[in-house]
Design a protein around this ligand. Structure first.
Ligand code: C5P
Length: 314
């Protein structure tokens, strides 16, 4: 990495490119409370950052421009509607600088997958532009800007494992050993709309056909403090899962196939359609991923571990 120094014309910030890596997230517990008057649901969630990463490179430029490669290239708009561009504008506005940068995104996190890929990219843009422009904000200041961009964005600044409350934007870290847990991530064909999943849950609840809401996060938090994945497996849960299954019934086959392959537990990640499975160890995760690929119940099965760090300069 290059030193941060004023460049030839004395501007603050980094003269050379700034590269930021940002993880995907899963919700180990996603408790969805009532619909609020602002259109969001009150959440009680435990976020967990896993080792599937996007990478954002920021370079000096005379305008703000975004290019991308990898997952979703050609499908995702690169204009002002893109969360990366919105993040750059939000930071520039807050810090009182011109929003000039050439941004390049390398995506591995699928679009609309329930892994917070768009939120991750917004978090990466905040961290990258803060370094590029030399605005020097604290992580808490960045998380404050992040909250206006999306409910999951503050968590992706912090990473690790964390409790999320409010609409998910209020995060407090949960102490956990890095890379303690091994996961299999079954990526589906096509995405699911997060607002549609929340609406479907409301509909199921109004009709009295939704499952019993998850209780407190106490059992999960206790399970995270010990080392046995079997104990953790019994505490995973997602109130949005019934909604995702109603919208995409085939996900039931994916969950069944993972459990038949020896996963300790499987849940839909966030609003889906990605399913995540807890494995006993790294080699078991490899084996389960292989079986899921062979079974043809997902587009791609990948292994990952967690927790990992949030958006970081590399
Ligand atoms: O915060 P974010 O923009 O990522 O949320 C996307 C959508 O998901 C919201 O517009 C809302 O429909 C739904 N949502 C919700 N309750 C939350 C978070 C998100 O209903 N706590």
């Amino acid at each position: 990495t290059e030193a941060w120094r004023p460049d030839d014309d004395g501007r603050r910030g980094a003269a050379g490119p700034v590269r930021v890596r940002v993880p995907a997230k899963v919700n180990l517990h996603l408790g969805v409370g009532p619909l609020r008057r602002d259109g969001y649901h009150e959440l009680n969630t435990v976020y967990h950052a896993i080792s599937i990463h996007d990478e954002l490179t920021a370079r000096r430029g005379d305008t703000l421009a975004l290019t991308m490669e990898g997952e979703g290239a050609g499908e995702l708009a690169l204009d002002d509607s893109n969360l990366v561009i919105r993040a750059a504008h939000a930071l520039a506005g807050y810090a009182g600088v011109m929003p000039h940068a050439r941004l390049h995104l390398r995506k591995q996190i699928p679009l609309a997958g329930g892994l917070a890929g768009g939120s991750a990219d917004a978090a990466a843009a905040l961290v990258a532009c803060d370094a590029l422009w030399g605005t020097g904000l604290s992580r808490d200041e960045l998380a404050g800007i992040a909250a206006d961009l999306g409910s999951d964005v503050p968590f992706l600044i912090h990473g690790g494992t964390a409790l999320g409350t409010g609409r998910g934007e209020a995060v407090s870290p949960v102490l956990a050993r890095p890379s303690s847990w091994h996961w299999v991530v079954a990526i589906a064909d096509g995405g699911l709309s997060t607002p549609a999943a929340y609406r479907e849950l409301d509909r199921l609840r109004d009709a009295g056909t939704a499952g019993v809401p998850l209780g407190s996060t106490d059992a999960l938090l206790a399970a995270l403090r010990q080392r046995d994945p079997r104990v953790l497996a019994a505490t995973l849960g997602n109130d949005l899962q019934d909604a995702a299954l109603a919208m995409r019934p085939a996900l039931a086959d994916t969950l069944k196939a993972g459990e038949a392959a020896g996963a300790l537990a499987g849940i839909v990640s966030g609003s889906g359609p990605t399913c995540v499975f807890l494995a006993a160890d790294a080699s078991d995760a490899e084996r389960i991923a292989g079986e899921l690929d062979t079974a043809g119940v997902c587009r791609q099965a990948r292994t990952a571990h967690g927790p990992v760090a949030g958006a970081r300069i590399v």
